[in-house]
Design a protein. Structure first.
Length: 92
C-alpha cells in the first residue's frame, strides 16, 4: 500500500533543526532536492504497490533521499581515502 505525501515537501526556509538553526538555500542537499521532479517520480514509484493491502510503503522522497545520501557518503569516503593516501605519498 502506498500513501502519497505532499510533493512539495518542507520548504527549506520552514525546516528547523531540533536544536535550532535553519537550512541555507545554498546547502548542497537543498539545491539537489530542488532539481528532482518529485511528483513525476513518485507517481511511477506508487504504481509498484498494492492499492490498500499491506503495510504502508516508505515514501518515494524518503527512499530516494536515503539512497542519495548512502551513495554520496560512499563517494566521499572513497575520495577521502584516496586523498589521504596521496598525502602520505607526498610526505614520504
Amino acid at each position: 500500500m502506498y500513501q502519497k505525501v505532499d510533493p512539495r515537501g518542507t520548504a527549506p526556509e520552514s525546516f528547523e533543526f531540533p536544536h535550532g538553526g535553519k537550512l541555507a538555500s545554498d546547502n548542497r542537499w537543498v539545491m539537489m532536492a530542488q532539481l528532482i521532479p518529485w511528483s513525476e517520480f513518485e507517481a511511477e514509484y506508487a504504481q509498484n504497490f498494492a492499492g490498500s493491502m499491506g503495510a504502508p510503503a516508505t515514501s518515494f522522497r524518503m527512499a530516494l533521499g536515503a539512497l542519495i545520501i548512502v551513495i554520496s557518503n560512499k563517494k566521499e569516503t572513497l575520495l577521502s581515502a584516496v586523498s589521504k593516501s596521496a598525502g602520505k605519498f607526498i610526505t614520504m
